[in-house]
Design a binder for this molecule. Sequence first.
Ligand code: 13P
Ligand code: SF4
Length: 311
Amino acid sequence: TVTGLDLRAEIDRLRKERNAVILAHYYQKPELQDLADFVGDSLELSRKAQETDADVIAFCGVRFMAETAKILSPEKIVVLPDMDAGCSLEDSCPPERFAAFRAEHPDHIALTYINCSAAVKALSDVIVTSSSAEKILMQLPKEQKIIFGPDRNLGGYLARKTGRDMLLWPGVCIVHEAFSETELLKLRAEHPDAPILAHPECPPHLLDHADFVGSTSAILEHAKKSPARTVIVATEPHIIHQMQKAVPDKQFIGAPGADGNCNCNICPYMALNTMEKLYIALRDLEPRIELDEELRLKAKTSLDRMLAMAS
Ligand code: 13P
Ligand code: SF4
């Protein structure tokens, strides 16, 4: 039991003792974002994981992110506070089914969203994140046939934006699917001057109403710079913590779900990580990400292509 401990002080003590770096995604609880050494989007977090000289990476995010850190930094111990922190996109795309899909389309390359398992990365040609996808897609020859998975919303958005036709895997993010168009339009009617900033994991009927579409980091930057006094944020609402910290006198409203508020759009996987579980992970160096070396090297090839093409 950890009752009675000052968790923040214990985490600070352990991170020094272990020479650990704490990385957090913007969808993490505010107290985890606030103690992290670095908070970022998926691409930035991958880069940090690759560059760090720490001995331990404690990843406050979901499993595919911690796996990516291990793929890029195999000599480091990578801990994830809760190993059940998965992702609906990863769940939608089991490696055997993805391999069969690829086999049905031998003349296509697989451009794959980072929100997938290491096994699916190993079956892919190039990985993308929401912040790098368009740039990477534009570097592929026009006549190149492409499979895009597992997020059909990001894939559809990219196809509309670039005019490139891609075969889409039918996965979705349950969080971005939960926004209600009706409630969003009601909210906009109440705040007619508020821009709507949306993540490309949102379905097309929501993106149609967005004034800006981008990754979490891009949404955050746009929200900070926007001259509007009120901003509507159509992505996981924990990111509003960073917005409110950066610009305390602006109003940031999370896009609503069917019940009219944004609480149903909290990512249940991201929410599994807590201060207490982070403390235990640093104390015990468990749960740890371990990967088969052959699989890791295959997955690294597609991730390395992303890092080269995104820079
Ligand atoms: P980005 O932070 O790369 O935009 O990803 C969003 C996301 O859904 C992570 O799970
Ligand atoms: Fe997966 Fe969506 Fe949660 Fe991101 S927000 S981890 S895409 S379920």
